[in-house]
Write a protein that binds this ligand. Structure first.
Ligand SMILES: [Zn+2]
Length: 496
């Protein structure tokens, strides 16, 4: 999940709160969350919700499928044969589960290939680096590059340096860990900012709070106005060691990367439905992304998301619940390095955008669920004004109240909160056009420990917490698809 700008700046912003919590800083504010209260929606849907929660306790179709996806298909970067295997398998899974109108919407996706890669400190000591090239990076010349390092703790520090200090060097960024939304800027924008000052390569501290000699990849985003230079993530430990060595004197690094782009490949969004009984044209869309990085198994990111959503929707179907509106399950493609699936889905919806009643994306892993995030109306970046419900327009305040009402149904699984900020990269094109966005929110205990690494494997997904996430999604999705009225989206007035 979660890059920057074209690769989903919305999602990146939304996770700052939980990221900050991971810092353990004494002045970290607790995440804003609103308590549930039972109202008319709870009264109307209590019986159905309890049935869903009860059935969820023993439901494991999604986890069984996730296990297959991880162990038999594995990592599935856009352009890879594994991704297309996953797409075909996903469509078959939806058909077998009895969903209606199962289809694969064709989407052309970029095909970035990592190739072989390595890095090492070559002076004043010799030591291999724990590195992982950043997605979409260009490669080095065949023989690699060897250059002196310039250590940079912040963009402000880079700005203060003269071009002379940076020219011909490899910039090593380590801004510390301030949460994903903050650190992702260094991964995404750092390479071109360094190139603008004449750097020949970039190494960036992995976007994680955990030092386990594990590099975390993720997409960079080149500024087309400056030369594209190769860039890789390094482990926290290696970033800190380079920082220490730089204080003693000149440090040299060797970097070799074969990374390159190949022609686009045809892949697709996988789509299946429970068709609404009264308003089939009105859609609550729910899903996650089927692609992953080319390391690990894409278990939490975002296997848990697509399979959590799958389990939620199939559970509604199995229980014979027939919502008035259509529930549409989507496994979006190419979230990690392009966002082509989300854009293609928005295009398909076309002018019928107002029939997209709500969009729910699960792309934060299946850790202990706290409740549902909603909105994405306000920036959650450090320094932004704190969230203030009372400053929102009345329709958005009413929507928060409706969600607090729905959330009260989730008390039995401890997921009865409503948190500001919700959405994801794949639904951002919908959210931007006024569709209300939601996302499960979890306690995020370890998500960024494994995120985009070789360690994002099935064992990281706790079956019990996975079930709770699916149960929460099932209840919320069902109520949103069946209730009278709908939630407000961003720019709701403009979208009307
Ligand atoms: Zn993801």
């Amino acid at each position: 999940m979660r890059g920057i700008a074209a690769f989903g700046v919305g999602a990146a912003l939304l996770f700052v709160q939980t990221g900050l919590a991971q810092m353990g800083a004494p002045d970290t504010p607790p995440p804003v969350s609103m308590q549930a209260f039972a109202g008319p929606l709870a009264a109307k849907y209590r019986v159905d919700a309890d049935r869903i929660l009860k059935a969820s306790e023993t439901e494991d179709d999604g986890y069984v499928a996730l296990t297959y996806l991880c162990d038999h298909i594995g990592k599935r970067l856009s352009g890879s044969p594994q991704l297309n295997t996953a797409v075909e398998w996903g469509a078959e899974l939806m058909r077998k589960a009895g969903l209606q109108n199962v289809t694969v919407q064709p989407v052309m996706v970029p095909h970035w290939v990592r190739g072989s890669e390595s890095g090492a400190i070559v002076a004043p000591v010799t030591k291999p680096l724990h590195m992982l090239g950043l997605g979409m990076s260009v490669g080095t010349p065949k023989e690699g590059i060897t250059a002196e390092v310039v250590f940079v703790p912040s963009f402000a520090a880079l700005d203060a340096m003269s071009a002379e200090q940076v020219k011909g060097k490899i910039v090593v960024f380590n801004p510390g860990w301030h949460g994903y939304g903050f650190n992702v800027m260094y991964r995404g924008l750092g390479p071109s900012k360094a190139a603008a000052k004449g750097a020949v390569g970039v190494l960036v501290r992995s976007a994680t709070g955990l030092a386990m000699q594990t590099p975390h990849t993720g997409a960079l985003r080149y500024d087309e106005k400056v030369p594209k230079i190769p860039a890789a993530a390094i482990s926290v430990e290696d970033a800190l060691m380079i920082e220490r060595l730089c204080k003693e004197g000149p440090v040299k690094v060797h970097l070799q990367m074969d990374a390159h782009m190949e022609p686009e490949v045809k892949a697709g969004n996988v789509i299946g439905e429970i068709v609404g009984s009264e308003h089939p044209e009105q859609v609550v869309v729910i899903g996650g992304h089927i692609d992953s990085w080319d390391v690990g198994q894409g278990a939490q990111d975002d296997g848990s998301g697509i399979m959590g959503a799958f389990q939620a929707v199939t559970l509604i179907h199995k229980l014979g619940l027939k919502p008035k509106r259509t529930i549409r399950l989507v496994f979006w493609v190419n979230e990690e390095n392009g966002g082509a699936g989300g854009v293609a889905y928005r295009k398909m919806v076309g002018e019928k955008i107002k029939d997209q009643v709500a969009a729910i994306e699960m792309d934060e892993g299946a850790e202990k669920p706290l409740g549902m995030g909603y909105g994405g109306f306000e920036s959650m970046m450090p320094g932004a004004a704190p969230f203030d419900l009372n400053k929102l327009p009345p329709d958005q305040q009413q929507s928060y109240a409706a969600l607090q009402d729905i959330a009260s149904l989730l008390g039995p699984i401890g997921a009865d909160r409503v948190l500001p900020g919700g959405g994801g990269s794949d639904i951002e094109p919908l959210t931007d056009d006024g569709v209300p966005a939601l996302a499960p929110r979890t306690d995020d205990q370890h998500y960024f420990d494994w995120h985009h690494t070789d360690a994002d494997t099935l064992d990281k997904v706790d079956p019990k917490e996975f079930r709770k996430n699916a149960a929460m999604l099932a209840v919320v999705t069902y109520v949103l698809a069946d209730m009278d009225g709908r939630l407000a989206g961003k720019n709701a007035a403009a979208a009307k």
